[in-house]
Design a protein around this ligand. Structure first.
Ligand SMILES: [Zn+2]
Length: 259
């Protein structure tokens, strides 16, 4: 019973790393959870019937493989207060040269321009699109507004990194079919996750984070963490998670190696 309660609490906070109002987080949770569940089911069904190279449209929550590979993805977004790269996480990933993906939003990109330039020169780092303004509910935007959120952030990131982004992640994981189609019509693949680490919850200890991620990870998992200062225990937990997964035979990949 207590275990179930802890799981529910972690789920509540796992999708709200870029937000600061707990009340609102609870409101958006129901929709997020519903979306993620249906995504997972549809992704599974789709993958069962297609070859690896024929990935259907729709939100991608797993890598289309049974191999022991995992994608470590990190959201880097800023809302009301200035946000910077979590140097504890970053130094570990860079030192170990672990492939990873960062989903960057507009304000964060502008504020962390120099760091992004450095990261863009590393072949094991992938910098992707997390919208210009990080609207928590992009499903409320018009087609034109949605496209602007994607293309203007794409341009901003391109000006910094000289690389075009090709994967998109909706803020808070919130989207609707029309928004999804708008983003895909721009040539993007929308990538969410199957393992929400729960790192934006201040009450979750590093130990709990480690156990939760290791318990849930599977071949092809896409794990979401936060590298914007709101993954409170991620820097402490990450090396243990990485070590354990390596010992189990997993290796780490960028999204574009598998999708
Ligand atoms: Zn975000």
């Amino acid at each position: 019973m207590i275990y179930k309660l802890i799981i529910i609490i972690i789920l509540i906070f796992s999708i709200s790393g870029c937000k600061e109002t707990p009340r609102k987080e609870n409101i958006t949770l129901k929709k997020d959870t519903a979306n993620q569940t249906s995504d997972r089911i549809s992704a599974k069904d789709s993958l069962r019937n297609v070859k690896q190279t024929e990935i259907p449209n729709g939100v991608i929550t797993r890598l289309p493989t049974d191999e022991k590979v995992v994608a470590l993805t990190f959201d880097a977004c800023e809302t009301r207060t200035p946000a910077y790269f979590d140097e504890g996480i970053l130094s570990f990933l860079l030192k170990e040269k672990i492939p990873f993906t960062v989903f960057v939003s507009g304000k964060f990109a502008t504020r962390n321009k120099d760091r992004l330039i450095e990261l863009s020169k590393l072949e094991f780092v992938e910098i992707e699109n997390h919208s210009l303004n990080h609207y928590q509910n992009m499903e409320r935007l018009s087609k034109g507004q949605t496209e602007k959120e994607v293309t203007e952030n794409e341009k901003l990131i391109f000006d910094i990194t000289k690389s075009k982004t090709k994967f998109f992640r909706f803020p808070g994981g919130n989207y609707n079919q029309a928004g999804l189609e708008s983003v895909e019509s721009l040539g993007y693949k929308v990538v969410h996750w199957d393992v929400a680490s729960g790192d934006p919850d201040k009450r979750v200890s590093a130990g709990r984070l480690i156990k939760w991620v290791l318990y849930n990870v599977k071949p092809g998992s896409i794990i979401i963490f936060h590298i914007n200062g709101r993954g409170y225990k991620t820097a402490d937990a990450l090396s243990v998670i990485v070590d354990s997964l390596r010992n189990q035979g997993f290796r780490f990949v960028k999204l574009d190696e598998e999708i």
